[in-house]
Design a protein around this ligand. Structure first.
Ligand code: FAD
Length: 501
């Protein structure tokens, strides 16, 4: 059942208009998605140029890849993995299904796998990710309810509206990086409430990264790493991307304008932008406010992030499966696949993939129930995430190492079509069982995947998005119960079972 909302007030009028009269009233097509993004949002390129239409600009060309994923929701071959049929008989995006059963987690896992194969996992905030931040809100809704029942109700209605309108969202957590000597609550960039109005709040300040936000409809704000912030900075809310006073300043692109898909098959699909969000007195309507000035919610990152951290870990697991396949193909194409040392490197990449696969299975099979919904086992998610990001540089290093000169003995299509150089390259550089041009094409793909500027941005992202490895290690320490085995060890050694400190 759909809920009644005022789409104009909640910044989603263009989405509602795009879906009006559709055969599938809750599933955007790619074209409807494009139309929904022409909603007055303020996006500024790294050249300080106002991007009037994100659907028609090289810096935001990833819109087309996302549009394709939305079209897949309507394709009979992929629809069942990406959508679900609710009690009202209507289809909605699978991300917005509230996981009351373990099988719902499996369904989310399948959708993430499909989207990762489609995008090669190059986007940290794909369409399946955004809803999981909101599922995390539902996982701690008892604490919000204790603060204010209306806020808890707003959260539930937000999830329902997002499912009804197939909204794309991303999360804003990290604060602008600035002089650490300034106390957090005095930092000028800290996003704060500057006015309380009867119908909402007004906020001012900045947030960072919120990758892919320029292509989303909503931004979910939550002060969950909020130690040391002032009461006015403790805000949980959803903010429409087209809110008046909100500017998204895109970082410098890592992908050239309109790359040739043969020379850069991955880059040609576009990149997610990591932008700076400037909030210049942005009004957030009451319906989208989930908590304000609640100090009890300033440190619930681990709990409210349980689903989104799981999603990040799974995506890396599926990327790892791709990496293992790519490593195998590299060695076959170079004819190195029978060399024991080479096989050991491929085995190491395979081990990475298999380990992450095991984490994915275990996090679902050992899910826990919080606030009536199934949450992927949080200590296992945290351990899997730490493993996935610690090993990532090693795995991509191995793939580059396995490639040898092939990553630089590559030329664009134009050179291959050159009457003099093309034939010479073809005769001097064939691979094992593939022509030189095919080999060139394959290693252009490997370059984009693990070696080029875009791949390096992704590596940077994997390392620090959703907190850097040292902090994840701290979470592993804090949230894994070792007490039973510590007692066992003490008893086995014949000393006191409890610590006296
Ligand atoms: C490409 C990219 C995309 C991102 N996308 C998103 C996004 O979509 N959403 C979002 O909310 N955030 C995103 N982030 C931001 C990310 O969450 C932060 O970068 C991260 O939390 C680290 O915060 P910081 O950058 O302010 O680093 P700082 O806090 O300045 O820390 C710098 C470094 O110091 C070390 N350090 C800091 N604190 C500790 C500690 N307690 N213990 C040990 N070492 C420490 C770490 O090495 C850390 O990397 C993204 C970042 C990047 C680079």
């Amino acid at each position: 059942m759909s809920i009644a909302i005022d789409p104009d007030r909640l910044g989603v009028k263009k989405v509602a208009d795009a879906l009006e009269g559709s055969e599938e009233p809750h599933l955007l097509t790619g074209d409807q998605y494009r139309a929904s993004l022409r909603d007055g949002r303020r996006i500024v390129s790294a050249n300080a140029e106002e991007i009037k239409d994100v659907t028609d600009h090289p810096a935001t060309s990833v819109v087309n890849t996302i549009a394709h994923i939305l079209d897949m929701q309507h394709d009979s071959a992929t629809q069942d993995a990406l959508t679900y049929v609710g009690d009202d008989g209507a289809r909605r995006a699978i991300g917005w299904q509230v996981p009351t059963k373990r099988e719902h987690l499996w369904a989310k896992r399948d959708a993430t796998r499909m989207i990762t194969l489609e995008t090669l996992g190059m986007y940290g905030r794909p369409p399946d990710y955004g809803p999981l931040m909101s599922m995390g809100f539902l996982a701690v809704i008892d604490r919000v309810e204790a603060e204010n029942r209306e806020f808890a109700d707003n959260m539930r209605k937000y999830v329902q509206m997002s499912g009804d309108l197939n909204l794309l969202s991303t999360d804003l957590i990290a604060d602008p990086q600035s002089d650490r000597r300034i106390p957090r609550n005095e930092k000028p960039g800290q996003l704060r409430i500057v006015e309380d109005r009867p119908d909402g709040i007004v906020v001012r300040g900045a947030k960072v990264a919120g990758s892919i936000g320029a292509m989303c409809h909503m931004l979910t704000l939550s002060t969950v790493l909020g130690e040391g912030v002032s009461d006015d900075a403790a805000i949980w809310a959803a903010v429409p991307t087209n809110s008046a006073g909100l500017s998204l300043l895109l970082r410098e692109p890592t992908v050239g304008a309109n790359p040739n898909p043969v020379d850069h098959p991955v880059d040609a699909k576009g990149e997610e932008t990591d932008q700076f969000y400037l909030f210049d007195n942005v009004f957030i309507p009451n319906e989208l406010v989930f908590s304000v000035r609640n100090r009890a919610l300033l440190d619930v990152y681990y709990e409210s992030g349980a689903y989104m951290l799981w999603s990040i870990m799974m995506r890396l697991g599926f990327r790892a499966e791709i990496f293992a396949g790519v490593a195998q193909a590299i060695t076959e194409i170079l004819g190195t696949d029978k060399i024991p040392g080479v096989q050991a490197a491929v085995a190491e990449i395979t081990l990475y993939a298999q380990t992450l696969r095991a984490y994915t299975v275990a996090t679902i099979e050992e899910s826990v129930e919080w606030c009536g919904i199934q949450v992927p086992n949080p200590p296992l998610v945290t351990a899997g995430r730490l493993y996935s990001i610690r090993e990532y540089p090693r795995i991509t290093y191995l793939m580059k190492d396995l490639s040898g000169q092939a990553l630089i003995s590559r030329w664009p299509e134009k050179v291959w079509n050159h009457p003099e150089f093309g034939p010479m390259l073809e005769s001097f550089l064939p691979g094992t069982g593939v022509t030189a041009a095919e080999k060139n094409r394959f290693f252009s793909f490997v370059w984009d995947l693990v070696s080029g500027a875009h791949a390096n941005r992704v590596a940077l992202f994997e390392n620090v998005n959703a907190t850097p490895p040292a902090y994840v290690a701290h979470l592993v320490y804090e949230h894994t119960d070792r007490s039973e085995m510590a007692r066992f060890a003490r008893e086995y050694a014949g000393i006191s079972p409890e610590s006296h400190t």
